[in-house]
Design a protein around this ligand. Structure first.
Ligand code: ADP
Ligand code: MG
Length: 446
């Protein structure tokens, strides 16, 4: 690459930085737009934020017992035995993990639920002594569900990579119960149906009363917080109680300035126009946004000039984690291009693209967190712990710092009152807490 080409490449990267930058005034306007969408969603008016009441409150820390949790995320399915000690302590006593075969995400829903029931069955076989005490199962189902009670709700629409038929519009707790019955383990009662976001807040709040937000930054992204019942205007009648956790389904927030890569990704996705925030923030999509930018650079002859140009032509072939872990040596699988075909400059350019895409993700997540905190506490008079689960946050060096920087620029001094707490296994432990709350509410059915 000669000097002219190098200058052209640098100019391209500088423009790309502009395409992925979000000036502070825009971050501020996102907060305002969030508040409007939240208000509309809570009132039952059209909104990109569904604001779904979960029928659970935060725990007191006194919830107690042994529970089963079944956690279907975007990538894995896990079955856990969870013990709550009634003093804010929760532990996982046994765990089995299963990879959901891609074919099941797209086939008949009955087969997917048979797989879930089979996973519970395998868990029992693997951990035989778990069988007698745990009959109460809490189901963490990380997709948008319109809850009708703490233990029932219908799937509004699949997100992430799922398209299984015959599930949208159905009660997923009923589908799971039927599958457990088919599997011969109908004695297991599905006592709670929760979202991973709600589970994360419940897990964070079990030991820490200042925890008032749950956030997922994994395959997808979402958040929840405790709302005053009087503000949930779409919920008929006053339900009493001092709060109810609301699952925002914030991945669908759409008042954002998208760039050409976002639009290409969205148009080629199974759900165009939907989950626009998720498509700019979450782990499922960041690698693909970067791949589209890499392809554009290649088409302009600014990357891998000596290769045949076929690299990175497969959609979703660039893994998000490879972008954020350049320290591993082979940033973004460049060695697959053939030995020596990616120069040091090529590698640096791909790293830069990864940095831009992941940095924008963290700033968007930060502005969304700031929006929810200021909705609950406009003057930020209280301390707030934000429980966060997901590999994008956990394993991505620099991501937390980028969120904190955004909170600093949006909240000023009061950003110091916000703690971001990694809450691993929130979706399992939190589901068990939801199970405990549900059993307390309806013990006779246990
Ligand atoms: P789930 O959301 O299905 O419960 P995880 O929390 O494990 O699953 O998140 C998986 C997502 O996180 C994947 O999209 C993956 O690309 C992304 N991811 C995993 N490790 C990293 C990393 N080091 N940096 C960025 N993203 C990562
Ligand atoms: Mg998860």
């Amino acid at each position: 690459m000669n000097r002219i080409e190098a200058e052209e490449r640098n100019r391209f990267l500088a423009r790309l930085a502009g395409d992925f930058s979000i000036p502070v005034p825009v971050l501020r306007s996102i907060r305002g737009a969030f508040h409007e969408e939240m208000a509309h969603g809570l009132a039952g008016k059209p909104s990109s934020l569904r604001m779904i009441p979960s029928f659970v409150t935060r725990p007191t820390g006194g919830e107690k017992g042994r529970f089963l949790a079944l956690d279907l995320g975007g990538t894995n399915c896990r079955v856990l035995g969870v013990e709550l000690d009634g003093r804010g302590g929760a532990s996982i006593t046994a765990a089995s993990r299963f990879v959901v075969p891609a074919a099941l995400m797209h086939g008949p829903g009955g087969v997917l639920f048979d797989f879930l029931a089979g996973s519970v069955h395998s868990f029992f076989r693997e951990h035989r002594r778990e069988k007698p005490p745990e009959r109460v199962l809490a189901f963490t189902f990380s997709f948008p569900v319109e809850q009708r009670s703490v233990s029932s709700g219908t799937l509004l629409g699949w997100t992430k990579a799922f398209t299984a038929s015959g599930v949208e519009g159905e009660d997923v707790a009923v589908l799971l119960s039927a599958a457990l019955e088919r599997r011969g383990i109908g004695f297991v009662r599905v006592a709670a149906l929760t979202n991973d976001t709600v589970g994360t807040l419940l897990a964070g709040g079990y030991a820490d009363p200042s925890c008032d937000m749950g956030v997922i930054l994994g395959t997808g992204t979402n958040a929840c917080y405790p709302e005053r019942p009087g503000r949930i205007r779409k919920l008929p009648g006053s339900r009493g109680g001092s709060e109810m956790i609301v699952n925002m389904e914030w991945g669908n927030f759409n008042r954002l300035e998208a760039n050409r890569f976002d639009d290409l990704l969205d148009a080629a996705s199974p759900n165009p126009g939907r989950q626009r925030l998720e498509k700019m923030v979450s782990g499922m999509y960041l690698g693909e946004i970067a791949r589209l930018a890499v392809r554009e650079m290649m088409e302009k002859g600014l990357l891998f000039p000596g290769t045949d140009g076929s690299a990175f032509s497969e959609p979703y072939s660039l893994a998000t984690e490879s972008l954020t872990l350049p320290a591993r040596g082979d940033a973004a699988g460049l060695d697959s291009l053939g030995p020596g075909s990616a120069s040091a400059e090529d590698r640096a350019a791909v790293r830069e693209i990864g940095r831009l895409v992941a940095g924008r993700s963290a700033r968007l997540a930060g502005s969304a967190i700031a929006a929810v905190l200021t909705w609950m506490d406009p003057g930020l008079e209280k301390d707030h712990a934000v429980a966060i689960d997901g590999a994008l946050f956990e394993h991505n060096p620099g991501y937390r710092a980028d969120i904190m920087e955004t909170l600093d620029s949006l909240l000023g001094d009061r950003a110091a009152a916000v703690r971001l707490v990694l809450t691993k296994d929130g979706s399992g432990i939190g589901a068990a807490i939801a199970g405990a709350v549900a059993v307390q509410a309806a013990p006779e059915a246990g």
